[in-house]
Design a protein around this ligand. Structure first.
Ligand SMILES: CC(C)(COP(=O)(O)OP(=O)(O)OC[C@H]1O[C@@H](n2cnc3c(N)ncnc32)[C@H](O)[C@@H]1OP(=O)(O)O)[C@@H](O)C(=O)NCCC(=O)NCCS
Length: 92
């Protein structure tokens, strides 16, 4: 799991500063037991020190969307490509 800033930012804050973008995967065979959720909680605690929000892109059919929504990401319109959905998680 990491965050990055793409050369084409997915979303920016009100001042035009690109939001950190999430990339996450848990090894096959270890998914669905809470590891992804715990990783996200740790990431939020860390990022919230310096950022108001973060974002991610998810394919409309990716079950990961349920985890993101449970963790407070909210849809923010078109993401990458025709089937990409942008999501934003606000920390304050
Ligand atoms: C998405 C991912 C990081 C979540 O980690 P995890 O440890 O499985 O997550 P948790 O156990 O905390 O939460 C379970 C949730 O993960 C998601 N999930 C479970 N299996 C998944 C899979 N094979 N692919 C994508 N998401 C999955 C679902 O949202 C699930 O929620 P649900 O129980 O309501 O169905 C992990 O499933 C994964 O690596 N998937 C493949 C890579 C990927 O799709 N990354 C996200 C790209 S946007």
């Amino acid at each position: 799991m990491w965050t990055y800033h793409g050369s084409l930012p997915l979303r920016c804050d009100a001042a035009g500063v690109p939001l950190p973008e999430l990339c996450i995967a848990v090894a096959q065979g270890h998914r669905g037991v809470g590891i992804g959720g715990m990783l996200l909680d740790a990431l939020f605690a860390d990022l919230a020190k310096d950022h108001d929000a973060m974002c991610t892109n998810v394919h409309v059919d990716n079950p990961a969307k349920r985890l993101y929504e449970r963790k407070g990401f909210r849809p923010d319109g078109q993401g990458n490509g025709p089937l990409g959905l942008a999501l934003i998680k606000r920390f304050r």
